[in-house]
Structures are given as C-alpha cells and as structure tokens.
Design a binder for this molecule. Structure first.
Ligand SMILES: [Zn+2]
Ligand SMILES: [Zn+2]
Length: 442
C-alpha cells in the first residue's frame, strides 16, 4: 500500500483530532474531506482490491443459507486472525463481532450480512456456486468482502482511531432475522450508531443512494392452509372444493390494498405461493397459499396483518372450508420498517459527497423491499444505503434474487472505503467533551 497515502491520512486525522479536542475547534473542511478520498485511493490498490475479490469469490463458490454460514464465518475469522483483529464468536450461531481501536467510547458499528439464497446459479463463470440449489444472488458475499476490506484498512492505523469501530458480521438476513438475534446477543451494546449498505444493480458504479426516515418497508410473510373435502372432479357435489375457496381468498385479499388502504400510504399484499392438487380429475383435500405483506407505518402493518387473518378465514368459510394461517412459516419473522436517522443522513451526504462528488449521492423514494438492518436501526441511530454497481460497458446486471445475478467487483473498493470513512469520521466527530478541569470551575 502506498505509504505516502497512509502518512497523509494519519496526518489528516491527527490534525483533525488535535483541532477537534482543543478548546476552539476550527475544522478545516479540506482536511476532513480528504479522509474519504484517501480511503478510496487505498481501497483501489491491488493489495486491498484483489484481496477483497479473492475473498468474495471464495464465499461465492460456497454459499450457505441463514444460520448455516459456518464455513463463511470460519473464513472471516481466519482473515481477522491474520489481521490481528479481536472478535467475539459465536454471536447468534455463526455471527462475529470484531473490534478495532481503543476499546473505549465512542463506538460505531459497520455491518455486513453473510447468507445466501436457496436457488440455483445460472451464471456461467469460473467461480460459480459449487453447491447445488444455493447461490449468493443478493450480493452478501460482496458485503462480507467489503467489510473485511474496511477492517484491513482500519487495522493499519488502529492506534490513530479515537474510539472503537465494531465490525458486525451477521447471519440470516434473508427472512430469518439474523440481525434480531445479534441484537439479543448484545452485538451492538454500547454502540452509538450503525451503518449498513447493499449493492445495487439499479445505480451506476460510484453512485450511492438513500434517504432520511422510512426507507425500506416493514415486511411479513404468511402461509394459509385451506382445507375442504377431496373427491372425484366429476362429482363436485360430494366434495368441498378448496381450490375454488383458495381462489376466492386470493381475490378478496387483493381488496385490502385497493379498497381499504389509504392510496397515499404505500402497501403491498402478494400471494406468491399456491400449492394444491395433483391430478386433472381429483379435487384435493387442501390447498396451501402463501405470500408477503408490506407497509411503512406500524399501524398500517398491524392492520394488514389482522385483515389478512380475517379475510382468509372468513372467505374460506363462505365455501365451507376451514383455514389456518401461520405468520412464522419457514422460521420467517416480521421485519420492521428500516428508518434512517436524519442526522446520519446529513452526515452520510457529506462523507459520501467528499468521496464520490455530491452529484453521485442520490436521494431515492422509499422502496417496498425489506431489510433486517431495521432491527438495529430501531434501537440505535442507523443508516442504510445502496451502493451502485451498474456499468453498461460490462453488460446489464440482473436484479437481486435472480439466478443470473452478478456482482460488478469494481464496487468492492467503494464499499470498503465508505465503511472505513463513515466509521473513522464518526469517531472523530463524536469525541466525549473534555472533562472540565478544576481551573474551569474557578
Ligand atoms: Zn436478498
Ligand atoms: Zn440482500
């Protein structure tokens, strides 16, 4: 790594800290603005960039589902050991919490999720998934690599850090709420703020996007079993047809958003699963349907959940069927709305603007996708942003959860540098105020 860059970076931090903790903190915007720029320069150097690419590819080849990220976790710990970074493990089964800095306040966390999806990769490339039916199709392999890249840079000047940077590697983001378990295990105890990112094929490389306040919706899943009485398809009078009942349930559920919700309050109800019957001439005993519901406010979310329950059971009974409904199927849990802290939004715009140029820091509308980062952001100030990776010259990128999903690995230095910059500057700007001396009292 370029020694001169490090010297400059450390110099800039020293200068900043010296001024900040002095009685008359006059901050030079230029000195502050230089830190993110330097981190990006360092992250783009082969020592960091190629190292991250290698890690990302190793994780990509061996995708693991939520709470099963044992090899991924082992790989991360091996790298942290090599870097001399201390950590707690296991936290929430496979999670890891690392520490860089003084071990004293302030504490700021940067987070990555580690899990893959239960789907077959269709991208033909050298580092394709080696595990049938599993794929990193959401970019969490890149998230881990970027957080490790930040850790590697930060560890280089750990003695200069004015507080503690907490590295949160969490399991099971995809529906099972690994963040909630990390939280319950004390992963962000004493932490003052947390930052998280997600790679985005929708934005160009070198562009970041987010917003203050509610950013990603609250999300829940449900599965309903509608039971009737099976029999001969030609003699429906001797049966109670659950397929017709389930069909009416699905149609009625569409009215929750179109007829009951405020059109200005974004909500979604989608039935994504319909399973029942196996022959052309047999009416089955039961049908299973399932789907997801989304809303931004707690009230709307609770209302949707209650109405889904009522509509499923009442509409099933119209056709003499019984219905049971489960909001916890496949261990999926309800995710709260991801709400970005307004002060951190201002802060993010400055740091990311210094690094990428203000024109590349975009404000977006809220999106109906969900993130379990929301659990962290419910208890401490949190900030979640999208990191663009689109580059037309390298061909189109599919959206997350597509079997053709690809990561543009040029994104890795941007994520690592943003993590490192956001954490470093946060510590600098949140120094405890100096204790008043006896002299002051007089
Ligand atoms: Zn995902
Ligand atoms: Zn994801």
């Amino acid at each position: 790594m370029g020694l001169s860059k490090w010297v400059f970076l450390i110099f800039a931090i020293h200068l900043f800290v010296a001024k900040h903790i002095s009685s008359n903190p006059v901050l030079s915007p230029d000195e502050l603005a230089q830190i993110p720029v330097n981190f990006l320069d360092v992250a783009k150097k082969p020592e960091i960039r190629d190292w991250m690419i290698d890690i990302r590819r190793r994780i990509h080849e061996n995708p693991e589902l939520g709470f099963e990220e044992f090899e991924t976790s082992k790989l991360i710990r091996a790298e942290l050991d090599r870097l001399g970074i201390s950590y707690n493990y296991p936290v929430a089964v496979t999670g890891i919490v690392g520490f860089i800095g003084t071990g004293e306040p302030p504490f700021v966390a940067i987070r990555a999720d580690m899990d893959a999806l239960a789907m077959e990769e269709r991208v033909e490339w050298e580092h394709k998934s080696k595990v049938p039916g599993k794929m990193h199709a959401c970019g969490h392999d890149a998230h881990v690599a970027m957080l490790l890249g930040a850790a590697k840079m930060l560890q280089e000047y750990r003695h200069e850090l004015q507080g503690t940077i907490v590295l949160v590697f969490q399991p099971a983001e995809e529906g099972s709420g690994g963040a909630k378990k990390m939280l319950e295990a004390g992963a962000i105890k004493n932490v003052d703020a947390i930052f998280g990112l997600h790679v985005s094929p929708a934005h160009h490389i070198g562009v970041v996007a987010s917003r203050p306040g509610p950013t990603l919706s609250g999300s829940g899943f449900f599965e309903a079993i509608i039971s009737g009485k099976g029999g001969h398809a030609a003699l429906p009078q001797h049966t109670i047809d659950p397929i017709l009942a389930a069909s009416n349930v699905i149609v009625s559920l569409q009215h929750l958003v179109s007829r009951e919700a405020d059109p200005l309050d974004s909500q979604v109800v989608t039935i994504a699963k319909f399973q029942g019957g196996g022959a052309f001439n047999v009416i089955p005993d039961s049908v299973t349907i399932g789907g997801t519901f989304r809303a931004f406010s707690k009230e709307s979310f609770a209302q949707l959940k209650q109405r889904i329950e009522e509509v499923v059971s009442a509409q099933a009974s119209v056709q003499r069927c019984n219905a049971t409904i489960n909001f916890n199927a496949d261990n999926k849990i309800i995710y709260p709305t991801t709400v970005n802290d307004k002060d951190l939004h201002e802060y993010f715009q400055i740091v990311a603007g210094n690094m990428l140029g203000p024109q590349n820091v975009r404000e977006i509308q809220p999106v109906m996708g969900a993130e379990d980062f929301s659990f962290f952001a419910e208890v401490i100030p949190g900030y979640f942003y999208f990191l663009g990776m689109k580059n037309e010259t390298q061909g189109p990128l599919e959206s997350g959860h597509s079997p053709y999903f690809k990561v543009n690995e040029d994104v890795l230095p941007y994520g690592a540098a943003l993590h490192a910059s956001l954490a470093t500057k946060y510590l600098l700007q949140h120094q405890p105020s100096p204790k008043r001396s006896i002299h002051d009292e007089l």
